[in-house]
Write a protein of this length. Structure first.
Length: 189
């Protein structure tokens, strides 16, 4: 089982777009994609499986990108994410390859890769959960003018420990990033 976590600095920074790009670029892994949110979605149960591909919702976009299955997990901030995940696991089986869109999940699963999408640091007010997820991050991703990888440039505390990927389009994974992902233990491509 492969697990990728994608988090981000703020709402609208491109997390879903990056998840869709990863699903399409790494399609041989037949992903189950999971969006974890604190926002209540009226009329939906706390665990909801998306059945229709399309542009209407983030989970529908996952299916349109090629995910085998897609789920929305609604876990209010006051609720324990670990308990919610324990209820979720039996629905998918432990052998599924998972890609999570969430900052909060970074400390609850043993991810093979944790990517954080950084918006404009001068314009964005970063979520507190972004900084908590940073200690699990393997790479930082930002939208830029060109595809570019800066090796060992990510630095939160202590020495640099991972690359920064600038992607011209977050839904199109660069060859450098794809090559880097293929070298990650646990991602058998």
């Amino acid at each position: 089982m492969a697990i990728i976590v994608v988090g981000g600095s703020s709402k609208g920074v491109g997390k879903t777009t990056l998840v869709c790009g990863l699903i399409a670029a790494l399609d041989s892994l037949r992903w189950t994609a999971v969006k974890i949110t604190t926002d209540a979605h009226e009329g939906l149960p706390p665990v909801c499986e998306e059945k229709s591909a399309g542009p209407e919702t983030d989970t529908a976009r996952y299916l349109a990108a090629g995910a085998e299955r897609a789920f929305l997990l609604t876990v209010p901030p006051q609720c324990d994410l670990g308990e919610a995940l324990n209820e979720f696991w039996p629905l998918i089986g432990r052998a599924a390859n998972l890609i999570f869109e969430s900052n909060r999940v970074a400390g609850h699963v043993s991810a093979d890769v944790c990517l954080l999408v950084q918006g404009d640091p001068c314009a964005d007010e970063s979520k507190p959960s972004f900084f908590r997820a940073a200690k699990f991050a393997d790479a930082l991703v930002a939208q830029g003018d060109d595809d570019l990888m800066v090796a060992d440039a990510m630095k939160w505390e202590g020495p640099p420990r991972g690359p920064i990927f600038n992607l011209k389009q977050l839904d199109r994974i660069s060859e450098e990033m794809k090559s880097w992902l293929k070298q990650r233990p646990g991602l058998t491509l």
